[in-house]
Design a binder for this molecule. Structure first.
Ligand SMILES: Cc1cc2nc3c(=O)[nH]c(=O)nc-3n(C[C@H](O)[C@H](O)[C@H](O)COP(=O)(O)O)c2cc1C
Length: 597
């Protein structure tokens, strides 16, 4: 198979230009460059030398505001201008904290308050000290924890500011809901830290820290906390509940009938056209790899590299399980990585699920639409890149495979045409013990995704744009890199088990990314492209190569160790002292155990 990179069509992912490896040529690129410069100079000398030099006319540079970015960075001004007194910040990686923040902001209407959601990354947090300029003002924080008790990417600056700053926050009323998972050592570390630090800086806690555990039922933890939180707020500010806020849509829909093709998003993560016109410069970390920051990860997150798949092979010989060895070609991409890092893959949903949703809702999936935030002050103008087709939204931007959240199902009640379906949904989404049990059994345990809900409640026919507003965002999937750049400097390897299982309702549930990646096989020199970016991790070999290491990696936990072993191998080859390198890995069958020393 040729190793040449060609511009090739890819299923679901538009094509872009990737520099092809150089072929043997008579002149090198540098030779050609020098020759053309000499030729250019000769032409200039012959024809233009004596001409009067013309003044170049520069085009006025028009700086476009970034989509979704706030024009006035002052959130205090925004709150004042739009007469809001509740601001809900979120530190969110996969959208849960962001969703909870939206719900809290919406709730505030019921108590005669007015809320807004804010991404801390887009705000100057030192302004918090001015919050007391607004009557009955309240700052809420929904903060998720990652890794070793770290903040999410968008809360990184906020975290640093809290750590280093000594702003006086007296007069600032606050409450925090933490999102985490009990199985992690640093359970809810970020939420706990924010709660403690805001008090240290002089803030007043209006309600105790909420603790959400994703290992159990984080939705239930949030609902229970919220039920007690709002009465406490009422008591604190001396306000009264004014009743249910009803169902208020956050986004309005516009159907874009005559929009030119080049203005329509086709799955790009942020910049329109980025899949056909890649800007590779951003992969270069200005500070050097040792200073690679979460911020530079964030830049790549919005501008993934369309990596050609060089190798995609099955590792299992027989059996019904599938484990893939995939090599992404990063030649010319400027991506750098180290053994132990993670690579993120932006997957595309199963087209069968997308088509089936379209059929059930009786819509033309090629319709181009835009969802626009009805709140003009909101930092997010659109929930995902718009305009795009319904097919693109359901394939690239929205999560259609995970069980839908209670909030989404609650909004579905009005769309059930039969009374019994309406009652069933209303019962399941009520905040009663019976409702919670029903949700847990019917949605979580039975693992019904949105399509299964539509199939099992056939009278349910929601407006597709409303569904698009409510579905969570499709997230990039992270894989441990299973190679070392010391051996593979032009490729990134992953080792991934293809997820597939039967749910209690007899449906086959397939992992979004692994099943999509499975299809991305190079064919006749044609390499399919996959949008990727690298996320730095803390997982590293000991600095000194002579330190002995014991690596224990059951299942695909083995993946990063492959990179580490490659690294130790190179060190040994280069004559460095290398300590014992012991690897234990899990085996499904007793007889298949292995010990490598
Ligand atoms: C890779 C990864 C690392 C995580 N690390 C932690 C952790 O150190 N402590 C913790 O309490 N929760 C941890 N969690 C759980 C998340 O904080 C939790 O799932 C949360 O609901 C995610 O919120 P988000 O969807 O807003 O990003 C981790 C989750 C993932 C996927």
């Amino acid at each position: 198979m040729s190793d040449e990179v060609t511009n090739v069509p890819v299923t679901n992912v538009p094509v872009t230009e990737v520099p092809a490896p150089e072929e043997e040529a008579w002149f090198s690129t540098l030779d050609l460059l020098i020759l053309s410069m000499l030729a250019g100079f000769a032409v200039y000398w012959l024809f233009f030398k004596n001409k009067k030099q013309e003044q170049p006319v520069f085009k006025k540079l028009v700086v476009q505001p970034m989509a979704g970015k706030i024009d006035d960075p002052s959130f205090i001004n925004k709150m004042k201008n739009s007469k809001r007194n509740v601001i809900v910040f979120y530190g969110s990686q996969t959208g849960t904290a962001e969703e909870f923040a939206g719900r809290l902001a919406k709730d505030s209407i019921m108590y005669g308050m007015k809320g807004m959601v804010a991404d801390p990354e887009e705000c100057e947090l030192y302004e918090l000290s001015r919050l007391s300029e607004i009557d009955n003002a309240l700052a809420l924080f929904c903060m998720a924890t990652y890794g070793e008790g770290d903040p999410t990417d968008n809360a990184q600056d906020f975290y640093e500011w809290l750590q280093s700053g000594d702003t006086d926050l007296s007069g600032v009323k606050f409450a925090v809901f933490a999102l985490g998972n009990k199985t992690y050592e640093h359970y809810n570390a970020m939420g706990k830290y924010v709660d403690k630090r805001l008090e240290e800086l002089g803030g007043t806690r209006v309600f105790e820290l909420g603790m959400g555990d994703d290992d159990a039922n984080i939705e239930e933890d949030f609902v229970n906390w919220r039920e007690k939180f709002w009465p406490a707020v009422c008591e604190h500010f001396g306000v009264e509940a004014t009743g249910d806020q009803g169902s208020v849509r956050q986004y309005s829909v516009t159907i874009n009938e005559d929009i030119p093709k080049e203005k329509i998003y086709t799955g790009e993560i942020a910049r329109l056209g980025s899949f056909t016109n890649q800007k590779l410069k951003v992969y270069d970390d200005e500070l050097g790899s040792s200073h690679f920051t979460i911020r530079s990860n964030h830049t790549m997150l919005k501008n993934p590299y369309l990596a050609p798949v060089r190798v995609n092979r099955e590792l299992h010989k027989g059996g019904d399980r599938s484990c893939l060895h995939i090599e992404f070609d990063i030649t010319g991409s400027k991506i750098r990585y180290e053994a132990g890092d993670h690579v993120a893959v932006y997957p595309v949903n199963d087209s069968e699920i997308v088509e089936e949703i379209g059929k059930r809702l009786e819509v033309d999936l090629d319709t181009i639409f835009t969802l626009t935030n009805v709140d003009e002050e909101a930092s997010k103008k659109h929930p995902f890149p718009c305009p795009c087709s319904y097919r693109t939204a359901l394939s690239h931007y929205l999560d259609v495979t995970n069980p839908p959240r209670v909030l989404l199902l609650k909004e579905m009640v009005e769309y059930a045409r039969e009374e019994k379906d309406k009652e069933f949904l209303a019962k399941m989404t009520a905040s009663t013990a019976e409702g919670k049990q029903l949700y847990n059994d019917w949605i979580i345990k039975d693992h019904r995704n949105i399509l299964a809900v539509l199939e099992d409640l056939p009278s349910l026919k929601p407006e597709i744009d409303h569904l698009c507003e409510l579905l969570p965002k499709l997230q990039a999937r992270y894989y441990s890199i299973s190679s070392s750049p010391m051996v593979h400097d032009t490729s990134i390897h992953i080792t991934a088990v293809v997820v597939e299982y039967k749910t209690k309702t007899g449906r086959t549930q397939r992992g979004v990314a692994t099943n999509w990646l499975k299809m991305k096989k190079p064919d006749n020199g044609i390499k399919p492209r996959v949008p990727i970016y690298v996320r730095k991790s803390q997982f590293r070999l000991p600095f000194k190569s002579n330190t002995p290491v014991i690596m224990i990696g059951p299942g695909t936990g083995l993946a990063p160790f492959r990179g580490f072993i490659q690294e130790r191998f190179v060190a040994k080859k280069n004559g460095k002292p290398v300590g014992d390198t012991v690897l234990y890995f899990g085996c499904r069958h007793k007889a298949g155990g292995l010990y490598i020393s």
